[in-house]
Design a protein around this ligand. Structure first.
Ligand code: NDP
Length: 498
């Protein structure tokens, strides 16, 4: 039997698909079937990144001068193509990242939503006019593109995160160098193909695959790159923010989370359990908005725990390409090692392993990176499993005597991305909304998600710089220029003090 042909994918620079100057490639495999090679990709280096920056400078000259509604037409076209390729894109996401196909389909839909929203900005992108303090003077603001922008993305949403950075950046007239996560480059290649087919001029979107330490770092260091939009770990985000600050570069960095749900005694238990199980174990806990802590009011703690364990035990674990599956493998060997290490740490710290905790092996499980959904009880705020982002299917449960104590526990971490409370008491809900230290707050809904026309992002170690999505994205990807026009017929006394 002939060996299966492995496709080799190239970088996209200046409107051409080209090999990396390093001449090296690497392979990506399916996290549910280690022997299935997804493709071979360019192991690019700093020289490729800088070549892409040079191409982006040329693309910028064309794109910045293209009227925003005309830019929108290209994004609408890309949206149409993505819609046509939606099934293929969902399968690609599942095959390279491992998430259940239903989640992957949701990710494609989400990507389409942001493209639709961003394209609509092409006919808004408002500045404002205001009366001048001087006679015969017009005063108003306009927006200009930021310039060449580096887009550095993680593996956990290989399509949606690039989509929600690229579409708003494009509508604002920027030219981009896109460095996707090394683990999930195929969705990135396909998104780039889609924009190419949609008619994006050469140089406006450039794709360079390869290690972050070389490709990403070159973007951060290049004086021609005016902004970086990053999502990933707090460690790398902090480094990028620091290095960019030295170069006066604009940065938005969306980073880790340790998101907590509070369940009060009057909560709708069915709703709360549904949201928590989905939030903790959906996408194998590998979402920045995943639920990793639950804080339960003591009156309902025993009932809650019994039902939580019952529901968790019913989750179906397997290859996410099967639509029946609830929990799929972790995305990589390093993710599996990290999760198992944290499970060990939790046990050593004295937390009670109430459910799961094992690596799954045997049969098809040997083909992927499977870890059981895991629940720790008896957790205290000083433990590492209560403080650090595990990024896997591990839930830590706390008991609290009332809302005040529950909020204290919720706020006891360095992160501040998303949070939720389940209660029917409107007064308590508002007390929570006004005191919980997260950028996104949910009431009677899971910690997951967000809508594309609203700002997305967190406080403290979860995020820095402008929020993503909604009009916040336009603020990040554009510069505001203030215009004064003296339209008096003759010279007049015009004292100015600044
Ligand atoms: P990283 O933060 O290392 O990677 C995110 C992106 O940054 C990738 O494209 C990566 O490239 C790139 N990168 C890495 N190093 C540099 C650098 N020095 N300069 C510029 N870019 C760089 O996350 P990991 O993929 O390693 O995941 C590690 C942990 O981070 C996870 O276990 C999780 O805890 C957290 N994480 C959080 C996410 C979130 O949404 N909040 C998303 C992903 C991860 P490359 O892939 O080539 O390394």
């Amino acid at each position: 039997m002939a060996a299966t042909q492995i496709a080799t994918y190239k970088n996209y620079i200046g409107g051409r698909w080209i090999e990396s100057v390093t001449g090296r490639t690497y392979q990506v495999h399916n996290p549910a079937r280690k022997d299935q090679i997804v493709g071979e990709f360019q192991t690019s280096g700093a020289d490729d990144a800088l070549q892409a920056v040079a191409a982006a400078k040329e693309g910028l000259a064309v794109w910045a001068g293209t009227p925003a509604p005309a830019r929108a037409a290209v994004i609408y076209k890309a949206l149409e193509i993505l819609g046509r390729r939606a099934d293929e894109m969902a399968q690609t996401i599942t095959i390279e990242e491992g998430k259940p196909i239903g989640d992957a389909q949701g990710e494609v839909k989400r990507s389409m939503n942001i493209m639709e929203y961003a394209a609509g900005e092409g006919r808004r992108m408002f500045g404002y006019t205001t009366p001048s303090e001087l006679p015969n003077t017009a005063a108003y603001t306009i927006r200009r593109p930021l310039g060449v922008v580096g887009i550095i993305t993680p593996w956990n949403f290989p399509l949606a995160i690039p989509a929600w950075k690229i579409a708003p950046a494009l509508i604002c007239g920027n030219a981009l160098v896109f460095k996707p996560a090394s683990a999930t480059p195929l969705s990135a290649v396909k998104l780039t193909e889609i924009y190419e087919e949609a008619g994006l001029p050469a140089g406006v979107l450039n794709l360079v695959t390869g290690p972050g330490a070389q490709v990403g770092n070159a973007l951060v260091e290049s004086p021609d790159v005016k902004g970086i939009s990053f999502t990933g770990s707090t460690e790398i985000g902090t480094e990028i923010y620091g290095e960019s600050a030295k170069r006066l570069k604009k940065v938005q960095a969306e980073m880790g989370g340790k998101n907590a749900v509070i369940v009060l005694s009057d909560a709708d238990m069915d709703k709360a359990l549904g949201g928590i199980v989905q939030g903790a174990f959906g996408s194998t806990g590998q979402r920045c908005t995943a639920t990793s802590r639950v804080i339960v009011e003591e009156e309902v703690y025993d009932q809650f725990m019994a039902e939580l364990i019952d529901r968790t035990s019913k989750l179906k674990i397997g290859d996410g390409i099967n639509p029946e599956i609830d929990v799929s493998p972790l995305a990589s060997q390093s993710q599996k090692d990290k999760v198992l290490e944290y499970i060990g740490i939790g046990t050593e710290e004295g937390a009670n392993l109430a459910y799961g905790g094992r690596e799954l092996t045997g049969g098809d499980y040997d083909q992927g990176y499977y870890v059981e959904p895991t629940i720790f009880t008896g957790v205290s705020t000083g433990m590492r499993i209560a403080q650090e982002e595990i990024f896997g299917p591990v839930l830590t449960v706390f008991k609290a005597k009332d809302l005040k104590e529950a909020i204290e526990i919720s706020n006891s971490v360095e992160f501040g991305l998303s949070s939720s409370v389940y209660t029917k008491d409107i007064t308590k809900a508002y007390e929570y909304i006004n005191t919980v230290a997260t950028g996104m707050v949910h009431v009677n809904a899971s910690t997951l998600g967000g809508e594309v026309h609203l700002p997305f992002g967190g406080l403290n170690s979860s995020g820095v710089g402008q929020r993503e999505q909604g009009t916040a994205a336009v603020d990040f990807f554009s510069e505001v220029i203030t215009v004064y026009i003296d339209h008096a017929a003759e010279a007049t006394e015009r004292a100015r003090f600044i």
